[in-house]
Design a protein around this ligand. Structure first.
Ligand SMILES: Cc1cc2nc3c(=O)[nH]c(=O)nc-3n(C[C@H](O)[C@H](O)[C@H](O)COP(=O)(O)O)c2cc1C
Length: 113
């Protein structure tokens, strides 16, 4: 965690990337975020940029409601400056994702920063 902490505090942007697992982020990403507890105020002081990149099997309109709400709450709490979200509906496999158009959207988000 010490090495990750240093990388985060030397960066100007955090990009949260996760598959959708039971309508939330993966446990792996959540475990990392939980460790922010030791340096919340250092993150808050930096006013870092942030983005969310995620994919899910389903394509209902409400698929990402809970994850989106969680991300926006983190942005608010950690004083992040949201640069955008790519919510990949209907991306259940690498092949579905490849043909979905969402990788291009993620590319454009990064290009336009
Ligand atoms: C444990 C688990 C939980 C999942 N939960 C959801 C879910 O709640 N909604 C959904 O649409 N897809 C769900 N999926 C499908 C994954 O989101 C989807 O297969 C994944 O995003 C594909 O990304 P990958 O190619 O990077 O693995 C789940 C998959 C797994 C393994």
């Amino acid at each position: 965690m010490e090495s990750i902490r240093r990388v985060i505090l030397n960066a100007d942007m955090m990009v949260f990337v996760t598959p959708l697992y039971y309508y939330g982020m993966s446990a792996q990403l959540k475990t990392l975020i939980d460790r922010f507890c030791a340096f919340n105020s250092s993150i808050q002081r930096k006013r870092m940029k942030s983005a969310l990149l995620t994919v899910a099997w389903n394509s209902d309109s409400w698929t990402f409601d809970a994850l989106e709400a969680h991300y926006k709450t983190l942005v608010r709490y950690l004083d992040l400056k949201d640069q955008g979200m790519v919510l990949g509906r209907g991306c259940g496999t690498p092949s579905m994702t490849k043909h979905s158009g969402y990788p291009e959207k993620a590319y454009e988000l990064g290009r336009d920063l």
